[in-house]
Design a protein. Structure first.
Length: 171
């Protein structure tokens, strides 16, 4: 599975953003932090044991425990690929400008080092259309899972709802 997490933004909570994703059936690509300004969906290929660390309180500005997990084979079939971790200077020399959306800068010589490779990121150019049979909603708690079921009158448009906060005992 690959995972995409959302967070609160402006006046909407992370749960509200997840409900919008499920309502629309689409994770919309964004150009924030993407070279070339192409709209891209970012996903984690981290195993469950590592997701607990990524979703810790210290990372709450970047990630909250609300999102979707999708089948990796489906993601690959529709064009998702592992990110390419390399210095920008090298990337500009060997990667086509049309493919720069896949590059994540790494600079281990910097102090502190710039290194996001622990995220094991995958990227999809454009939007990610959800296949309801191949995705699971991720929420923080059982209460949030109930909110998802309530929002969809007991039938969320996904294969299930998993309270990841309970798995990691996050607060």
């Amino acid at each position: 599975m690959l995972t995409h997490f959302t967070r609160s933004s402006g006046v909407t909570s992370a749960l509200d953003n997840l409900l919008r994703i499920l309502d629309d059936g689409i994770v919309r690509g964004a150009s924030r932090m993407i070279r070339g300004g192409r709209k891209t969906v970012c996903l984690f290929d981290a195993p469950l044991t590592e997701l607990g660390g990524l979703l810790s309180e210290k990372n709450r500005r970047r990630y909250e425990p609300f999102g979707v997990a999708i089948d990796k084979r489906y993601a690959f079939k529709i064009g998702a690929r592992p990110a390419i971790y390399m210095p920008w200077r090298e990337a500009r020399a060997i990667i086509s400008p049309d493919d720069m959306w896949r590059v994540v800068s790494i600079d281990l010589g910097r102090n502190p080092p710039l290194d996001w490779s622990f995220e094991r990121e995958w990227r999809l150019n454009g939007d990610l259309a959800l296949n309801r049979r191949l995705c699971v909603a991720l929420v923080k708690s059982w209460r949030d899972a109930d909110a998802v079921f309530d929002h969809f009158a007991g039938h969320p448009p996904c294969a299930g709802v998993l309270p990841v906060g309970e798995l990691f005992k996050s607060s």
